[in-house]
Design a protein around this ligand. Sequence first.
Ligand SMILES: NC(=O)c1ccc[n+]([C@@H]2O[C@H](COP(=O)([O-])OP(=O)(O)OC[C@H]3O[C@@H](n4cnc5c(N)ncnc54)[C@H](OP(=O)(O)O)[C@@H]3O)[C@@H](O)[C@H]2O)c1
Length: 337
Amino acid sequence: MTVDEDCPVPSPSAGDDVLIRVKAASINVLDLRIREGYMNALYRSSRRKAKLPLFPIMVGRDFAGIVEEVGPKVTKFKPGDEVWGALGLDHTYGSLAEYTICKEAALSLKPTNLTFVEAASFPHVALTSWGALVKSAGMTKETTAGKRVLVHAGTGGVGTFSIQLVKAWSGHVITTCSTSGVELVKRLGADDIIDYKLENFATKLSEEPKLDIVLNTLGPQVEAESLALLKRGGSYATIVTPVVNSMDNYGIVLGLLFALTQKWKRALYQRLVHGRRFSWAFAYANGEILDLVKQMVEDGKIKPAVENVFSLSDVHKAYEHLARGHARGKTVINIAD
Ligand SMILES: NC(=O)c1ccc[n+]([C@@H]2O[C@H](COP(=O)([O-])OP(=O)(O)OC[C@H]3O[C@@H](n4cnc5c(N)ncnc54)[C@H](OP(=O)(O)O)[C@@H]3O)[C@@H](O)[C@H]2O)c1
């Protein structure tokens, strides 16, 4: 990866494009994996459609910044607006740059009580968490009070947001983390904390009332044990899915079909045999969801969890930190003060 100091400023070529002057962007595990070739099939397709060469690609998913210019069909934003957003899966530009292009539908006005650095820490993980807990597991503001929700890896980017979302809606959060993360998850509001270095979550929770919702942020290694802890009628959502790998291996259409067939089989089994909802969840680039999150942030119900701030020239150091796998919230790149 290199930092290119001589890039042209992109122009909002489609009618719903918005050109953003990026003030800060956060880095995500997805960016690390993109560097290794992940999402190659989607990238090839979107670059072909945009008539751009395959390389170099710009990484970076979410950002906070200022609207610089809008396409002719844009109605909700105007130059000078302070915004936050996350780019869609098939984005052409990245957010780790002084300028990026985002679709109007993926943008939202930035919470007024956050700095750009704080705001940039949210969009991708907030949209992932919302996708999993709300869209997939069916959690709502009205029905979450008292529900027992297990959030795996409460110290990660998705985990730190998810704990706060469940608490904002008065749910009961149980989370797993290592010893050095206990203070952070306590501060974010977790009710029960399982230090996975000291005890196994499945053994501990098997002696307690069954769970209403499980959010798996770790992967298949905790799937079977997590499902066994769910009550009948409960919901399981995982954000670590084989969909993109399958598209990379077999092409977009075949890969998607192959992966979804696996998912449907598992979902059907869980539904028919155990009466549970089983789902795979994804981040949606969606400005309307960010509008709802903005309100919760401005109401003080959700706070930023920024672990580190790096400059753009030190972006490699930021990725090295994330690649170690022990995040405590989010790492943000301050692009322009
Ligand atoms: N489907 C989607 O659209 C989507 C979107 C975003 C992310 N994801 C995926 O979701 C996963 C999590 O993302 P993230 O951004 O939250 O990652 P992250 O910020 O890198 O956090 C990972 C966290 O997991 C903790 N951890 C590691 N092993 C653990 C264990 N056995 N039990 C409990 N905690 C453990 C780590 O801390 P310690 O090592 O110190 O314990 C760290 O805090 C990644 O695989 C990412 O690719 C998917």
